[in-house]
Structure formats: C-alpha cells, structure tokens
Design a protein around this ligand. Structure first.
Ligand SMILES: [Zn+2]
Length: 142
C-alpha cells in the first residue's frame, strides 16, 4: 500500500473520518494516551521485561505507564513524533488530523491558529509529524 489518507485510517479504526468522530475519540489527553498505547502494542500490551499483559498509568506522571507486575515504566510517546515535548497530545493529534484531512496540506500559520500555539511551535509540530508520516509510509511500501 502506497499511502493511506486520514479518512482511510479512521475507517480502518472503525471511525467515519469526521472531525466530530475524531473529537469523540481523541478529545482528551487520556484518550490520546490510550491510542498511543494501542499503536505501541497493536497485539495488546506485553511487558518487555516480564511478559505480563497488564499495565496502568503512573499516578501523577503524564504519559507514563507501568507494568502492573514488575513496575517497569515507559512513556507512550517514546519513539513517536510527540516524544519529549510538553505540548498536549490532543494538539498533536489534532495537527495530524488537519494534515491528513486537507488536500493541500496545512501551513504553520493555519496550524498555529487552530492549536493556539506560536507559529514557531506549529512549524516544529509539522516538521515532526511529516517526518513520522514519511517513515511509516516507507515502512508500508517496503
Ligand atoms: Zn513487567
């Protein structure tokens, strides 16, 4: 498969690709964390240290989860475009939605306005997301 549109991705996940559907599914930080967890472990969580199949949020630590048996901790943003940033996950997810749902792409100025961030931050988000999308497309094409 060469590439998928945002609508294809949403449909594959059982959604209808509309912004309303997106809001219902990814409108909170918690929902975004759970989605990242699903992408990190598409077959279901399996602890890399002990093989346990259950994990839970680390209380008071955003984006940190841990194995409920051995307490090994991990960040749901590790290895993603969102790694190491303080920008809320909802804004990252919305940026990805806007990028994949506009035919001509979204500019840093537009994105800054939609997300309520500086143009500089919006430019950084676009750069990171484009890199991540290019990488996943090359994996799909391989
Ligand atoms: Zn474990």
């Amino acid at each position: 498969m060469a590439s998928m549109t945002g609508r294809d991705v949403a449909a594959a996940n059982g959604g209808d690709g509309t912004l309303v559907d997106w809001m219902a599914r990814f409108g909170t930080e918690e929902a975004c964390e759970e989605e990242l967890l699903r992408r990190m472990f598409p077959e279901g969580f399996r602890c890399p240290s002990c093989g346990h199949a259950r994990c839970a949020r680390v209380r008071g630590r955003a984006r940190k989860w841990q194995c409920t048996r051995c307490s090994r901790q991990f960040s749901v943003t590790a290895g993603t475009a969102m790694r190491g940033t303080k920008l809320p996950l909802v804004k990252w997810f919305l940026a990805a939605y806007l990028m994949t749902h506009s035919k001509r792409g979204v500019s840093a100025i537009e994105l800054a306005r939609h997300l309520g961030v500086s143009e500089r931050t919006a430019g950084y988000v676009l750069l990171r997301l484009r890199g991540a999308m290019a990488r996943s497309e090359s994996v799909q094409a391989a």
